[in-house]
Design a protein around this ligand. Structure first.
Ligand code: CMP
Length: 135
């Protein structure tokens, strides 16, 4: 199906100047970048985004990290965009991510895992609404 997904390049990858490389990889898949913006997330946005992790021991670390510097927010669209982006990103923990995937090539630890992508159409719509203020 034609899908939209919310993609976010995390602060460590922006600071390490991997943005251009990551965008090139996304474009090479044939998916389209519909919206894109560099921004520093507010504490409120970060806490809302990670609400499902509020009980986890790493919740505060997660919020502090994701608000520590600018991120690149994107809406990426195309056929099976959610699954395609998850394949391109690789496993959540960079230690498990295959070489050639974004996390496999640029990631070192599970907190600073380079990039986020929605894991379902419902999550995509919620995240796009949260980060781009869409309906
Ligand atoms: P993300 O896909 O953005 O959403 C949930 C995040 O939780 C995930 O990326 C990881 O970066 C983070 N995460 C998962 N496990 C841990 C952990 N043990 N310590 C810190 N962060 C974690």
């Amino acid at each position: 199906a034609l899908e939209r997904t919310y993609i976010m390049i995390k602060p460590n990858a922006v600071a390490e100047r991997h943005v251009g490389d990551i965008i090139a990889r996304i474009e090479r898949t044939g998916l389209s970048i519909e919206r894109m913006e560099l921004a520093v997330l507010t504490e409120e946005q970060a806490e809302a985004n990670y609400a499902e992790h509020v009980e986890k021991p790493f919740f505060r670390e997660l919020v502090d990290f994701i608000t520590s510097g600018p991120v690149v927010k994107m809406v990426v669209s195309g056929e099976s965009a959610i699954k395609k982006m998850r394949t391109l990103m690789g496993a959540t923990n960079p230690i498990d991510a295959a070489p050639g995937t974004i996390r496999g090539d640029f990631g070192l630890d599970v907190a600073a895992n380079v990039i986020h992508g929605s894991d379902s159409p419902e999550a995509a719509e919620r995240e796009i609404a949260l980060f781009f203020g869409e309906e």
